[in-house]
Design a protein around this ligand. Structure first.
Ligand SMILES: CC(=O)SCCNC(=O)CCNC(=O)[C@H](O)C(C)(C)COP(=O)(O)OP(=O)(O)OC[C@H]1O[C@@H](n2cnc3c(N)ncnc32)[C@H](O)[C@@H]1OP(=O)(O)O
Length: 163
């Protein structure tokens, strides 16, 4: 079967997919935390209305991947890349990379200079992907998530990060 992949902005009709696709990986590796409940159940109020953005990956018109760009609460960072997930059946097709590149491009158009993210080392494919996208590990950041054990940043004004 042909694989038609598209990355589109999240509208109301994809809010459910944004929640379900994220809950899938969070439950598999961790547990849903209060901060997850807030953002996954209220993407409009908590992410979009605050100036953020959500990308949806469609595989033959079916939502199979998600990634958010959230206004950052951390000093020195404009936005945070968060809530990225690709459905297991659609992994390994380049969709995560397309989502990451799309989110970085969007951050640039919004004038961002530095992007932040937090994750967990158990998510090996995700950490590899972030490194491939140019993110570098940073030390000393605090997190509202129990599961966070690695923080990374991407400096968007470095020419070497011009992707
Ligand atoms: C800030 C946060 O959101 S943290 C949470 C991140 N989310 C998760 O970890 C959820 C579970 N994992 C996933 O949903 C997926 O594995 C994702 C989103 C991390 C990657 O999505 P995919 O569509 O499978 O990735 P894609 O096929 O684009 O591969 C891109 C890169 O990811 C890395 N990668 C993907 N799969 C693997 C794997 N099995 N092992 C190691 N690295 C991998 C590689 O660097 C790969 O680049 P390469 O193919 O050139 O080697």
């Amino acid at each position: 079967m042909n694989k038609h992949i598209q990355i589109v902005p999240c509208t109301k009709k994809y809010f459910e997919s944004f929640r379900v696709l994220n809950e899938e990986w969070i439950i598999k590796y961790f547990k849903i935390e209060e901060m997850d409940r807030i953002s996954l159940n209220n993407p409009k109020e908590y992410i979009l209305d605050k100036g953020g953005y959500i990308a949806i990956a469609l595989l033959n018109d079916k939502a199979v991947g998600v990634c958010a760009l959230m206004k950052s609460n951390y000093k020195g960072y404009d936005f945070e890349l968060a809530k990225m997930g690709v459905s297991p059946a659609a992994q390994g097709m380049g969709i995560g990379k397309l989502l990451g590149l799309h989110i970085i491009k969007k951050a640039k158009t919004l004038g961002a200079k530095r992007l932040y993210l937090e994750s967990n080392r158990v998510l090996g494919p995700a950490i590899n992907l972030y490194k491939k996208l140019g993110f570098k590990e940073i030390k000393g950041a605090t997190s509202p998530y129990e599961r966070s054990d690695i923080q990374m940043e991407l400096n968007l004004i470095l020419p070497s990060n011009d992707i």
